[in-house]
Design a binder for this molecule. Structure first.
Ligand code: A3P
Length: 318
């Protein structure tokens, strides 16, 4: 439980598995573990900062293709919700650090009409008991782990449920497997066991960027909602970086992510790192090269290569 600043808004759910203050151990062990999975639920599994919101909106746009205005009407934080949300369960994370009402996930699970899109960042062993019995349709989105940690770095600086953290330290801890959602290699190794299952569609952020229409076609076919060419084009447009950014800037619910007392912009020194909701930040592939030093990159590669031995099919080449 010994978590040192700047990770003071995180806590260990299990050794080597760190949760941010907006994730709840009680939720994972309780309402999430006991979730009643509906036949038409779609799960979305991602490591942190790997395109969750993007894929979530693709799914919602496919499901509501005849009424894309729907995307405007869903409360933003509900689109972003992952099933492990909840108030932190740690004595040091006092009330002012609680960003998510206790009943949020309970209400969300109960009140979300079918077909539900259920996002999560957890390891397979923390999934609901019914998950491996019912085997719901599940999308897994993989992202270059170096791009993901750069995104995480900016996230640490832009959101009140994580603390600003110097890049050098975040990178060092990431290489030790000690940042939120645990070691990136554990996440990929464990989930890769299900990659070939008929109920799982394994996508990559990079393929989605290269050809979003093809990715959306795959997703739509996979969930049994094939789209016409015209509908595909509409979904591509509605989930493009620019359109999503504009929509989400309009829709953000600041009270949820920026609780009373948090002043956006308060502690940031420059545009890049000052606290603000950067839901759509850059959305690019390969940007890590502007942040990693050569030494940091080599240090990551060494550990990553060792850890991913035998899992080359889900491994990134740099
Ligand atoms: P960057 O910080 O590298 O820009 P998540 O939703 O899992 O937290 O992932 C966040 C990352 O997805 C951010 O990456 C964000 O910019 C990117 N993203 C969000 N919407 C996107 C879109 N429509 N197209 C491409 N990237 C998107």
């Amino acid at each position: 439980m010994d978590v040192k600043p700047p990770f003071n808004k995180t806590y260990y759910y299990r050794p080597n598995y760190l949760l941010p203050a907006i994730f709840s151990r009680n939720t994972i062990d309780g309402v999430y573990k006991n979730l009643d999975i509906r036949d038409d639920d779609t799960f979305l599994v991602t490591y942190a900062k790997s395109g969750t919101a993007w894929t979530n909106e693709m799914l919602k746009a496919i499901l509501h293709v005849d009424d894309l205005e729907y995307l405007e009407s869903v409360e933003f934080y509900k689109k972003l919700a992952t099933l492990e949300f909840g108030p932190a369960d740690h004595p040091d994370l006092v009330e002012e650090n609680v960003f998510c009402p206790k009943s949020f996930i309970e209400d969300f699970i109960r009140d979300t009409p079918s077909p539900r899109v259920l996002s999560t960042h957890v390891l397979p062993e923390y999934m609901p008991t019914q998950f491996f019995q019912k085997k719901p349709k599940t999308l897994f989105v993989s992202r270059n782990p170096k791009d993901a940690v750069v995104s995480l770095y900016h996230w640490h600086h832009s959101i009140p449920f994580l603390s600003p953290c110097p890049w050098e330290l975040l990178c060092e801890e990431y290489i030790k497997g000690n940042t939120v959602c645990g070691a990136v290699w554990d996440f990929y190794k464990k989930w890769s066991m299900y990659k070939q299952e008929s109920w799982m569609l394994w996508l990559t952020f990079e393929d989605m960027k290269a050809d979003p229409k093809q990715a959306i076609r795959k997703i739509a076919d996979f969930i049994g909602r094939p789209l016409t060419e015209e509908q595909l084009d509409a979904v591509v447009h509605a989930t493009s970086f620019k359109v999503m950014k504009e929509r989400n800037e309009r829709a953000v619910n600041p009270e949820f992510f920026f609780p009373k007392g948090h002043k956006s912009g308060e502690s940031g020194k420059d545009e890049e790192t000052k606290p603000k909701a950067q839901w759509q930040r850059k959305g690019q592939v390969g940007g890590w090269k502007n942040t990693f030093t050569v030494a940091q990159s080599e240090a990551f590669d060494k550990v990553y290569k060792e850890q991913m031995k035998g899992y080359e099919d889900v491994m990134y080449q740099f």
